[in-house]
Write a protein that binds this ligand. Structure first.
Ligand code: MLT
Length: 411
């Protein structure tokens, strides 16, 4: 008899965003005339930049001619794209990352989950709480945890609370952990990290032989010039960090799919026999075996992000969403709510009013003003009593949603 991976049975019923979609769809079916505004999942709404579209159209045309047609590309991504990323995203910021340390992929969600395959089973793993649920669920699937308690915390994971008290930046653990997930600018709280804060993590990781998984999917939203965009801007990070980046949120590739993972060549972890093994080699082996690369057409579209026109256009996109975030922050603050994030990030993190639980506030907003957000408790036990509002939507929808919510809060 075939058996299943029992670890999946430990997971909570549904992944957060499909669960929200299920509730919203049920409401929409029961109220077919309701004009629902979705500020839940962080999915972009604005068109792909023109430079990217033009490059992709040209790439499609190349596919129509045998002399320019492309079949399988390199599993790691085309060199012409990796080189531009190395120079413009990393070296220009003083981060010594080479093109062959960059692996192009179809998403940071996939990569942050898949990376666990190259790590052993006995690592002590730390996540912040609240946290992007993929980090937790993929560890559960991989068998790196026990069961969940009534608060939804999994046995075996180290949860580092992030709250208004610590400015939504986790304190460095007083004990040793082996793998640490950090996300800055943060999903879901919208918090950002200073160089000093990241330096403390790098120092900790180096002292303890730990590896930091640094999720920088939202780095384009950093407006404060003193804040680091990459962990490799921090001294020593090449010895202890893997970084994940995405073209979803800066260039609108959520549907088109393209991301990257950086594994520095000198970065090592221990084999069972105590020897040091280069993680780059294992990740390269993993990708070569299980992944056939991102399509040529999409990579050409992403290459255009690094052109002069592309840079101007992605900056305009990011500014557009940041202006949405500003509107959300200001309106909700004026309505008397405690509001965090949304300055260097596209997410606004709000304390729910009148002691409502996260899901109670979700239901209230859906039922009364037909606005969808994300319950903070969906990101972890410490997110209870908070609510995330995404700035990814049209200006018209954001303004209308804020009008509806602020009027409802006056009642
Ligand atoms: C979110 O809403 O948190 C995002 O959609 C996360 C993601 O990009 O997967």
């Amino acid at each position: 008899m075939a058996t299943v991976n029992d670890n999946y049975l430990k997971l909570k019923a549904g992944y957060l965003f499909p669960e929200i979609a299920r509730r919203v769809n049920a409401f929409a079916q029961a109220n077919p005339d309701a004009k629902i505004i979705r500020l839940g999942i962080g999915d972009v709404t604005e068109p792909l930049p023109e430079a990217c579209r033009t490059a992709m159209i040209k790439a499609v045309e190349e596919m129509s001619d045998r002399s320019t047609f492309k079949g399988y590309g390199p599993e790691q991504g085309y060199a012409w794209l990796r080189e531009k990323i190395a120079v413009q995203d990393f070296q220009a910021r003083g981060a010594a990352i080479e093109a062959d340390e960059i692996f192009i992929s179809d998403g940071s969600k996939c990569d942050t989950g898949n990376i666990l395959e190259i790590f052993g089973k006995n690592n002590v793993i730390a996540v912040t709480d609240p946290v992007y649920p993929v980090y937790v669920d993929t560890n559960v699937m991989a068998g790196n945890t026990g069961e969940a308690n009534e608060k939804g915390e999994f046995e075996g994971l180290v949860y580092l609370p992030v709250t208004a008290d610590n400015n939504f930046t986790a304190e460095i653990p007083s004990h040793k952990v082996d793998l640490i997930y950090l996300c800055f600018p943060n999903n879901p709280t919208g918090a950002s990290a200073t160089k000093k804060h990241l330096q403390a993590w790098v120092n900790y990781a180096k002292a303890n032989g730990s590896i930091i998984f640094f999720d920088a999917a939202y780095e384009a939203y950093i407006t404060d010039p003193t804040l680091p965009h990459s962990i490799y801007e921090i001294e020593g990070a090449r010895d202890c960090a893997i970084e994940f980046r995405s073209f979803s949120k800066n260039a609108g590739f959520t549907g088109t799919r393209c991301a990257l993972t950086v594994v520095p060549k000198n970065l090592t972890a221990k084999a069972a026999d105590g020897s040091d093994v280069e993680l780059w080699k294992l990740w390269n082996r993993r990708q070569s075996t299980k992944f056939n690369g991102v399509s040529y057409i999409v990579q050409r579209g992403v290459e255009a992000v690094y052109s002069e026109a592309g840079q101007v256009q992605i900056k305009a996109l990011v500014s557009f969403y940041l202006e949405n975030a500003k509107i959300i922050r200001e309106q909700l603050t004026n309505a008397g709510l405690s509001v965090y994030g949304g300055v260097n990030a596209p997410y606004v993190w709000v304390k729910t009013p009148n002691g409502l639980s996260s899901w109670e506030f979700f239901d209230k907003l859906l039922q009364t003003v037909k606005v969808v957000g994300t319950p903070g408790s969906g990101f972890g036990a410490a997110g209870e009593g908070y609510f995330r509002i995404s700035a990814f939507n049209s200006r018209e929808n954001v303004e209308e949603a804020m009008k509806r919510i602020t009027e409802e809060l006056k009642v």
